[in-house]
Design a protein around this ligand. Structure first.
Ligand code: SF4
Length: 626
């Protein structure tokens, strides 16, 4: 096999046995790698009746075919499991250094089932995987864990770890690579914690030769696209100011949710929280993922004041908004501290910030009373309470308030009642990212609702397509899109769903690959894996992966009726650019279903469509033998 090693290690923690799974090349070609292959593995192996945190439920890490290629943005890795937050099939993508290192150990992926008898870590060295004692690491934050493992195994080692939140099974706990890069969403850190696995460490760079189909062509292609990536405006803004580089601009368009989506405009916050302010005040140096020329990741340091932090990975756009605008504060140092704590404790900043923002509104309305908060006032913008009380309590699930907020906003609102669900901001239980469809673009509303894992802006390419960051005439995407209308959004979403699945399966970074044409994506995958994919074939593979995930969710109990947004997300904006404009959500959803040949009740593709996409087994399971 080319590009891939053809080997996926299955570690059963109950027996510490490691089996090697060899999927045929034809399966790799149909599901590309990364998220697509993880969905295929999950569908083949998981008992879908299991609770997400039951020992037998699989946790999968899966590389793409280009992992290890010297190409910017091609070394991401996917993690997948059933989410303890949403109950859906969930995948999450992470940059950093783990993907190429895993392949150099001879594995395309690893699947973990069972539960270690005591806190443990997996050690991958010289192509062997062993289960090691992690008694001394349990209870430690991600930064210290990562530092200890680097000290133990050397600077060329790389590791994935969870913090206390994962150990305590907070349903939005995340997994970090080298204490920096995050598998942020859907609580996969809790799944790792439920298996008593603190970390997965690759001890050295590994000796397995990467075996790309056409190394020469791959180098030529990389040489041709690298200047395009480096010189693109997106890359330059990302490099200079990080992903929050355009936060101020987004505030003016009404894209950034403020005060739990009550407002869409605040000039002062835009200026105080935007990426250039972050760079000017706190940036110390830039970092990168493997082989990437963009180097968008900033290290920050806050020297003094109540929110001082040592040099550490700085907040991305999502974290700045989740702890800044959402909590109604302009205090950037406090945002940096909240981000620092979430990384160390191992929690998704979007879910944590959104849950706290919802709780602050519940407090303001009198829905959440002092008896439930242990007497703690949840005032807007009280960042002392956020960093000193709320985040530590949530990660530890400590006290009634910590336990309550650790459920995430959807379950907490269900428990609280009093119509508090109406002002949550989620789909399928996953808190929405920091792009408000009312100002950012109505297509986001559709993307959030139909994304298999819940409200997500990276499962599809809608965010970039709707905001005009890319144009793909080769797949018919030449629409002149207006952000604040429903027009052409279902048609765009058909392409965006396939493209997002391709990006997450080929393990491309959605920033760096904005400079690729679809033809270049095809050429990269073919040069790496030796396929003879066409543009149509690649788009079909993306569509297949989208539908496979929807089929898995069907078996997990999800239907078309779950593809919804909360009332707060669909009420007309109260201020800013989008004030008063309605989102025609039902119309978009029904048109999308029709274009995708999806059943309007079951929420999955018709039997005919599944068979056309080579998902006959799924067609049979859902529609029966006909
Ligand atoms: S653009 Fe940024 S996130 Fe993407 S691969 Fe490069 S450094 Fe990593």
């Amino acid at each position: 096999m080319k590009g891939n090693t053809g080997v996926i290690a299955h570690i059963n923690l109950d027996s510490a046995a490691v089996d090697l799974l060899n999927y045929p090349e034809e399966i790799y070609a149909r599901f590309i790698g990364g998220s697509g292959m993880a969905a295929k593995l999950y569908s083949d192996w998981a008992d879908l009746s299991l609770d997400p945190l039951s020992p037998e439920a699989p946790l999968i890490f899966m590389d793409g075919p280009l992992a290890g290629a010297r190409l910017s943005g091609a070394s991401r890795i996917c993690a997948a499991a059933r989410s303890p937050l949403t109950g859906t099939f969930a995948d999450s993508s992470c940059g950093g250094y783990f993907a190429p290192a895993l392949k150099r150990q001879g594995f395309d992926g690893i699947m973990i089932t069972g539960k270690a008898a005591s806190p443990s870590y997996l050690l991958i060295r010289e192509g062997k995987i062993t289960v090691e004692d992690a008694g001394d690491l349990w209870g430690k934050g991600n930064y210290e864990t990562s530092a200890i493992l680097k000290e133990r195994f050397g600077r060329s080692s790389t590791g994935l770890s969870i913090g206390p939140a994962g150990e305590n099974r907070v349903p939005f706990a995340c997994i970090l690579n080298d204490g920096h890069h995050a598998f942020g969403r859907c609580g996969l850190g809790a799944v790792m914690g439920s298996k008593n696995i603190k970390a997965v460490v690759i001890a050295e760079q590994g000796k397995v030769e990467l075996n790309f189909a056409d190394e020469k062509r791959l180098k030529e292609l990389a040489k041709a696209v690298t200047p395009k990536i480096r010189e693109s405006i997106i890359s330059q803004v990302l490099h200079d100011f990080g992903s929050a580089g355009n936060l101020e601009g987004h505030i003016y368009s009404g894209d950034v949710p403020i005060k739990n989506w009550q407002s869409n405009f605040n000039e002062e916050m835009g200026e105080a929280l935007t990426g250039s302010t972050l760079s000017e005040k706190y940036l110390t140096r830039k970092k990168s993922c493997a082989y990437c020329v963009v180097a968008c990741k900033g290290m920050v340091k806050v020297d003094e004041g109540p929110f001082s932090i040592p040099e550490s990975p700085g907040p991305e756009y999502e974290s700045v908004a989740a702890f800044g605008t959402m909590l109604n504060t302009s205090d950037l140092a406090a945002v940096c501290k909240a981000n620092y704590l979430c990384n160390d404790l191992g929690m998704d900043t979007i879910s944590a910030g959104s849950t706290i923002a919802w709780a602050m509104e519940a407090w303001e309305r009198g829905d959440l009373a002092a008896e439930k908060t242990g007497g703690i006032a949840l005032e807007w913008g009280d960042m002392d309470a956020v960093v000193n009380v709320l985040l530590p309590a949530i990660a530890a699930r400590e006290g009634e308030l910590g336990e309550f907020l650790a459920k995430g906003s959807a379950l907490a609102a269900k428990e609280l009642g009093r119509n508090s669900m109406e002002y949550t901001t989620h789909s399928k239980g996953l808190e929405a990212p920091m792009h408000d469809p009312r100002g950012g673009g109505h297509g986001h509303a559709l993307a959030y609702a139909v994304s298999p894992r819940g409200a997500c802006h990276v499962a599809t390419a809608m965010h970039f397509m709707e905001t005009g960051a890319c144009n793909y005439p080769e797949i018919g995407f030449e629409f002149d899109l207006e952000a604040m209308t429903h027009e052409k959004k279902p048609e765009t979403m058909v392409l965006a769903a396939a493209l997002g699945a391709i990006e997450n399966s080929a393990s491309f970074c959605q920033y760096a690959d904005r400079s690729f044409t679809i033809e270049e994506m095809v050429e990269f995958i073919n040069a790496a894996a030796g396929y003879d994919l066409t543009i149509e074939g690649l788009m079909e593979a993306g569509t297949r992966i989208f539908h496979l995930k929807r089929c898995i969710n069907y078996h997990l109990g999800f239907r078309a009726g779950d593809d919804i947004l909360t009332p707060r997300m669909l009420e007309p904006a109260r201020d800013g650019e989008p004030a008063g404009i309605e989102i025609r959500f039902d119309e978009m959803k029904s048109r999308f279903y029709s274009l995708m040949q999806m059943d309007p009740e079951r929420g999955v593709a018709t039997e005919k469509r599944l068979r056309e996409l080579d998902l006959s087994e799924e067609a049979k399971k859902i529609w029966g033998d006909r």
